[in-house]
Design a protein around this ligand. Sequence first.
Ligand SMILES: *[C@@H]1O[C@H](CO)[C@@H](O)[C@H](O)[C@H]1NC(C)=O
Ligand SMILES: *[C@@H]1O[C@H](CO)[C@@H](O)[C@H](O)[C@H]1NC(C)=O
Ligand SMILES: *[C@@H]1O[C@H](CO)[C@@H](O)[C@H](O)[C@H]1NC(C)=O
Ligand SMILES: *[C@@H]1O[C@H](CO)[C@@H](O)[C@H](O)[C@H]1NC(C)=O
Length: 187
Amino acid sequence: MEHNLQLLAFFLFFLLLGSMAAPASRRAKDRRPCRRLVFYFHDIVYNGKNSKNATSAIVGAPAWANRTAMAGQNHFGDMVVFDDPITLDNNLHSTPVGRAQGFYLYDKKDVFTAWLGFSFVFNSTQHKGSLNFAGADPLMNKTRDVSVIGGTGDFFMARGIATLMTDAFEGEVYFRLRVDIKLYECW
Ligand SMILES: *[C@@H]1O[C@H](CO)[C@@H](O)[C@H](O)[C@H]1NC(C)=O
Ligand SMILES: *[C@@H]1O[C@H](CO)[C@@H](O)[C@H](O)[C@H]1NC(C)=O
Ligand SMILES: *[C@@H]1O[C@H](CO)[C@@H](O)[C@H](O)[C@H]1NC(C)=O
Ligand SMILES: *[C@@H]1O[C@H](CO)[C@@H](O)[C@H](O)[C@H]1NC(C)=O
């Protein structure tokens, strides 16, 4: 009996040790999202001619450029503020379920790359509340992961990862992003 208890204690000790030593990468892989959502958002950048249509505007540009056209050298130094419609499919004219609101700024001269900080603000029958996103957006990658750093309302305390994909890109005026949201913390 005593022998069996010793064996059990020995076994539990190694079980505990094993779980503590599991590398973070394995732990992340073992976890499945508690919630998954896919949306599209549409950005129409003001270009001097489309003030009715535009959903975003260059609000900051380097001294060698202006706020009507994107700067040279991979748009380095441009900062854009947006209020873009979010749709469930890839059609700009579908009924929006919310707005993507925030900014992006181009932060590398020799590669096309940006930094994103924005919220999805929902006020529809499906979703009420917001999700907040932040992170580096290396635009040349087919997919990029940014952090979902929090949420409110239906997304109270949410955290996870959003995989972004450029679904369409038309000149310097229109682009559409597919956002595949995987939440790993749901309340
Ligand atoms: C409105 O936006 C779309 C975005 O793709 C663009 O194709 C169209 O030319 C714009 N219209 C005007 C009047 O700027
Ligand atoms: C802004 O810069 C672009 C080129 O970078 C130029 O073609 C355009 O004329 C400029 N617009 C204004 C209003 O200065
Ligand atoms: C959300 O939508 C409802 C109904 O259309 C409206 O009364 C309310 O003001 C909206 N709230 C926000 C924060 O936009
Ligand atoms: C970009 O893509 C490369 C190659 O596919 C990958 O190694 C890298 O981790 C990606 N970067 C980001 C930030 O997603």
